[in-house]
Design a protein around this ligand. Structure first.
Ligand code: AMP
Length: 121
């Protein structure tokens, strides 16, 4: 599968569509989900063109991998949901068809601010 340059997160990364930004560095952009499922629902996406976690794991550089994981932690701290600043959260990545992925640019959902319930419904 080829990366689709017209997916909505690619447009957000290019600044063509606005987002409610939480954090940005060389490796990641984070913003609030437009349709929050919990009190806090943030997205963290790599800046590189990766379709999903498998694509990222196969093709991203070590720096990009570290940058994404560190980005998730930085965002969780900023939102007050990390273990040291709050009560924890769920990080979730949907992958392809059976994972229910809708936007074909890798993203981690961070859910928190309240108990987030069972892992899979
Ligand atoms: P997924 O099903 O894992 O691909 O999740 C895609 C997520 O992107 C959903 O939670 C949507 O609400 C969210 N989303 C779609 N468009 C936007 C947007 N323009 N800004 C922020 N979040 C968005």
């Amino acid at each position: 599968m080829m990366y689709d340059d017209n997916n909505i997160f690619a447009k957000i990364l290019r600044g063509e569509i606005p987002c409610k930004k939480i954090y940005e560095d060389d490796f990641v952009l984070s913003f609030h989900d437009i349709n929050p499922q919990k009190k806090i629902h943030a997205l963290v996406i790599p800046k590189g063109k990766y379709i999903d976690l498998d694509d990222f794991s196969n093709n991203a550089s070590s720096d990009e991998m570290v940058g994404l994981l560190k980005g998730i932690n930085i965002v969780a701290k900023k939102l007050g949901i990390s273990v040291d600043t709050g009560k924890g959260y769920r990080a979730l990545a949907n992958i392809n068809e059976h994972g229910g992925q809708e936007v074909p640019h890798l993203h981690f959902h961070l859910f928190g601010g309240e108990p987030v319930g069972k892992m899979v419904q």
